[in-house]
Design a protein around this ligand. Structure first.
Ligand code: SAM
Length: 273
């Protein structure tokens, strides 16, 4: 049994992937807090980085990790075209970690996996979405996998901070901007709009508003790197994901936002719709 992420960090670092230690540590800790019989799920296994972290958090319990990837790529990989047999790599990787017995691998599309899990009558304590990032697909996954989440369970995923907008980032962004002198603010503003005649407060608020839905990982935002929690801003949000998450959760009283690392979204189910 592993009690802390630090004990498995070296194992997880061996896995290739599109996520980093902030996500794997976060998911490990979340799974460790779950009941002994919890089933959790990752959509978009890729090479299995995050599923491995969740599987290692399940060693010594009855927890299981359903890991879903049609294994032909899309969004972040071109596996089918490149002829990579990722399914074998995932299995070998999980065996190597010693947590293969915790893994329920489903090498099918996410919505087919949903049908399968529904047929099993299996409720999930956590679902992490990181597969096909198109708006329609993410929204369909939110609706279908949301139905599988038990009350108190979490639906979360990658490549979006828009969902956290009301809770975190405009305020943090405003705080970061407030540290800049007027001259730099104006310079920054001219890349997006004409700041002539605006007082400082109006300028600040306009900057936040204008940049709410934009990718702020571009060089013009490099000043944010000096800011302690800047990681949140240097990651790439994917607009389609952000829009889908926003449409699903905005004013959705069945879920409440949960604190999440940079560029992640997380919501806890508090009632059935
Ligand atoms: C962004 S990568 C996932 C990265 C991974 N979570 C990690 O931590 O490294 C997206 C993955 O989703 C898979 N994928 C794309 N569309 C999918 C779909 N409709 N159903 C299941 N998996 C899909 C791709 O094969 C790819 O491996």
């Amino acid at each position: 049994m592993y009690n802390s992420y630090d004990e498995i960090a070296d194992i997880i670092d061996v896995f290739a992937g599109h996520t980093g230690p902030s996500q794997s540590r976060w998911l490990f800790d979340l799974v460790k807090q779950m009941s002994n019989d919890a089933w959790v799920c990752e959509v978009g296994t890729n090479y299995g980085r995050l599923s491995a972290a969740m599987a290692l958090a399940s060693v010594g319990s009855n927890r299981r990790v359903v890991t879903v990837d049609h294994m032909i790529g899309g969004y972040c990989e071109r596996k089918a075209e490149d002829g990579i047999n990722i399914y074998e790599q995932v299995i070998d990787g999980m065996i190597w970690t010693g947590a293969w017995e915790k893994i329920v691998p489903l090498p099918i599309k996410s919505l087919q996996a949903h049908e399968f899990i529904l047929t099993m009558k299996r409720k999930l304590a956590l679902v992490y979405l990181d597969g096909d990032h198109s708006y329609d697909n993410v929204l369909a996954e939110m609706i279908s996998f949301g139905d599988l989440i038990e009350i108190g369970g979490i639906i979360c995923g990658d490549d979006c901070f828009t969902a956290q907008i009301q809770h975190h980032w405009p305020i943090k962004f405003l705080e970061a901007l407030e540290t800049l002198p007027d001259a730099e603010l104006t310079l920054f503003a001219t890349t997006s709009f004409d700041p002539t005649g605006m007082d400082r407060q109006e300028l600040l608020l306009t900057l936040v508003k204008v940049h709410m839905n934009q990718n702020i990982s571009s060089p013009e935002y490099s000043f944010l790197e000096a800011w302690p929690d800047s990681d949140r801003f240097r990651k790439h949000p994917v607009k389609t994901v952000a829009d889908a998450i926003f449409s699903f959760f905005y004013e959705n009283s069945n879920y409440e936002a949960v604190e999440a690392p940079g560029n992640q979204f997380a919501f806890r189910k508090i009632s059935e719709g």
